[in-house]
Design a protein around this ligand. Structure first.
Ligand code: DGL
Length: 273
């Protein structure tokens, strides 16, 4: 019988991808794993983060025995996809900023990229821009503060309006530029969870593009055995996460259990300067 679809993120951002996947595959089984002990990934140093992502994904794969791993994190995918594919024997589907559909949608040819500090700087992201949006102006906005605001949602808090507006200010400036930005890529899986507040804060109507549907379609291409209810709803974290329980339940996941990593890895890791 087919194994579940395993969704991995640093935190709860992967739930935005879980939502798209459950819509596409209502009869599939899902597991969720997040590295909440190391959240946020977007300000971590690349080398230690790559090793950590591989370590946690290997442990989660061993706990869930999935058919496919969905790395529902742009920060992880733009860094470690190649290594994950080399180390795992199941298909690995990544999440990268939706530059291509945004370039197809933009009339003004001015696009915003809202993502973590790491993702906006990554060579992988630059390659996507070079390949698919060469004729577009790209306003890159690193908004790590929004990751924290999205995390708070899951325990019932509303985003802080001031922190939201401060993080989004560079985008709104670009929306008033001579050639106005008309399309925004949500290049972090946490951000679709904030979409109602992003839309409400925007000074003009904008087109928002995320990767959820594209990932769901890709999952269907890499595995043909998605109908299963074996292990549906299992959830793993790397640190205790009682506060996440109610929010996870709303997405069909059980109370999280702590993932046992295959060896000791320090939780107080270097942050990027
Ligand atoms: N949800 C993750 C992403 O898509 C990153 C959040 C973080 O910084 O940990 O990039």
């Amino acid at each position: 019988m087919a194994g579940p679809i395993l969704i991995f993120d640093s935190g709860i951002g992967g739930l935005s991808v879980a939502r798209a996947l459950r819509e596409h595959y209502p009869h599939a089984a899902f597991c969720y794993a997040c590295d909440n002990a190391w959240l946020p990934y977007g300000v971590r140093e690349d080398r230690t983060l790559t090793a950590r992502i591989v370590r946690v994904c290997r442990a989660a794969v061993s706990a869930c025995q999935p058919s496919v791993l969905v790395v529902a994190c742009n920060t992880a995918s733009t860094l470690a996809l190649e290594q994950l594919r080399a180390e795992l024997t199941i298909p690995v589907v990544g999440t990268v900023p939706a530059i291509k559909p945004a370039a197809a949608a933009s009339q003004s040819r001015h696009i915003g990229l809202l993502a973590t500090t790491a993702t906006v700087r990554r060579p992988y992201t630059q390659q996507l821009i070079d390949n698919f949006a060469r004729d577009c102006r790209i306003t890159r906005v690193a908004a790590d503060a929004l990751v924290i605001e999205a995390e708070a949602l899951i325990s019932g808090a509303k985003p802080n309006a001031k922190r939201l507006s401060t993080a989004l200010a560079p985008l709104w400036q670009a929306a008033h530029a001579n050639v106005a930005l008309d399309t925004v890529v949500l290049g972090c899986t946490h951000f679709p969870l904030l979409k109602p507040w992003l839309e409400a804060d925007a000074p003009v109507p904008l087109t928002w593009v995320d990767s959820g549907d594209a990932i769901a379609r890709r999952v269907g291409q890499v595995t043909d055995t998605l109908v299963s209810n074996r292990h549906d709803g299992r959830c793993f974290t790397t640190a205790p996460a009682a506060l996440l329980q109610t929010g996870l339940a709303a997405y069909g996941f059980f109370a999280p259990r702590c993932l046992s990593l295959d060896d000791v890895f320090p939780d107080n890791l270097p942050l990027e300067n």
